[in-house]
Design a protein around this ligand. Structure first.
Ligand code: F6R
Length: 358
């Protein structure tokens, strides 16, 4: 039930620290990482991991790419289900396929799974619905443990997907005896992420104010970043448009100047994610380029990368895990803009919770 909340979206955003703790309990009973060993061996023996998903789950897959590549040394491709199935690229010799799906019922993803089964490929579904079609039809399945997600706009399932990807990547890397995986303390990082999210949730009022000032009269916005900051920009933009109906685009910060910057007008909101050390200065430069064309810029950064003009600062976390916390201000921003406009945040127009047509 909703309790004191006005919407499931708001409730589910607030549940996120508890979701991370539940995932840790599930995957680390007695503090020992527990995942089916045959699954780990088969991923470890693969020469390429393909992550297949749609929408927000695809965005979680994009964040997963760096995690898997850095912790397992296996190359990763992240594919849109609706494109992949009908345009199968030349596959590697020993591919392993991971389906990310909150509902486990997305028709685009199911179509790919059916095609891959015909080719006798190995598949894993990571889903929030443990008896869903995709969970049943793949060779393996892992639970997201986010708890039922009722709001159409996905929030807690997105962070759960990144958390489970991180745990799985560590487990596969350890199976391969890789030191990067051995020294990656995923339990500690996910606990820290839970605290970082709680701190942001406790700053809700500030985000509500920012939503009111930045989106007072604006009908178009841009989210930019590099690396995981870019993937965060894609997800933040999707969240905003689906619940607030404000037109918005997520962009690689360096690409803005190659055309899209023409759309920046006086007071256009440009939200920049400065969350990656090696590209922080470049990203700030791109945010500045937008500001000098009149954009009203809002910067989300981290304690380590923080400058005094930044409006929202996330506690420091391993850069692979940081997106779990850094998405939260954007979820809240979308929620408050939608609420201010009187929208039905849980059931936005034209959308359904699970998309069962291709
Ligand atoms: C956005 C959203 C959608 C879903 C997409 C995939 O907030 O909810 O983009 O992420 O339809 O759905 P699942 O994860 O159920 O396969």
């Amino acid at each position: 039930s909703l309790g004191a909340y006005d919407s499931y979206m708001s409730k589910e955003i607030d549940e996120q620290p508890a979701v991370l703790r539940r995932i840790l309990k599930h995957y680390f009973p007695d503090q020992q990482l527990k995942i089916n060993n045959q699954l780990l061996q088969q991923i470890a023996a693969s020469d390429r991991i393909y992550i297949v998903a749609a929408g927000t789950s695809w965005h979680a897959g994009l964040v997963g790419k760096q995690l898997f590549e850095d912790l397992t040394d296996i190359p990763v491709e992240v594919q849109l289900a609706s494109e992949f199935g009908y345009h199968l690229p030349k596959l590697s010799a020993k591919p392993f396929f991971i389906f990310l799906s909150q509902s486990g019922e997305t028709a685009d993803s199911r179509q790919v799974l059916v095609e891959l089964k015909k080719l006798h490929k190995l598949t894993l579904t990571i889903t929030n619905v443990e008896n869903s079609t995709l969970a049943r039809e793949a060779d393996y399945s892992l639970a997201l443990k986010a708890g039922p997600e009722i709001a159409v706009a996905s929030t807690k399932a997105y962070i759960a997907q990144i958390a489970v990807e991180a745990i799985l990547a560590k487990a596969v890397g350890e199976n391969l005896h890789l030191t990067t995986a051995q020294s990656f303390d995923v339990q500690q990082q996910l606990s820290l992420a839970a605290s970082a999210i709680q701190t942001l949730i406790d700053k809700k009022d500030l985000i509500e104010q920012l939503a009111a000032t930045y989106f007072d009269n604006q009908e178009s916005a841009f989210f930019i970043g590099r690396g995981n900051g870019y993937y965060l920009a894609l997800e933040a933009s999707l969240k905003l448009k689906e619940v607030s109906y404000v037109h918005s685009e997520g962009f690689a910060a360096g690409e803005l100047k190659h055309g899209t910057i023409a759309l920046i007008e006086q007071d256009t909101p440009v939200i920049g994610f400065v969350v990656e050390e090696k590209t922080a200065e470049l990203t700030r430069g791109n945010i500045q380029e937008a500001a000098s064309r009149g954009a009203n810029t809002l910067i989300i950064s981290t304690e380590k990368l923080q400058q005094k003009q930044d409006q929202l600062v996330i506690a420091d976390l391993d850069e692979h895990i940081l997106p779990i916390a850094a998405i939260v201000p954007a979820q809240l921003l979308a929620y408050y803009v939608a609420k201010k406009r009187g929208n039905n945040v849980d059931q936005p127009r034209n959308l359904a919770k699970s998309v069962t047509v291709e």
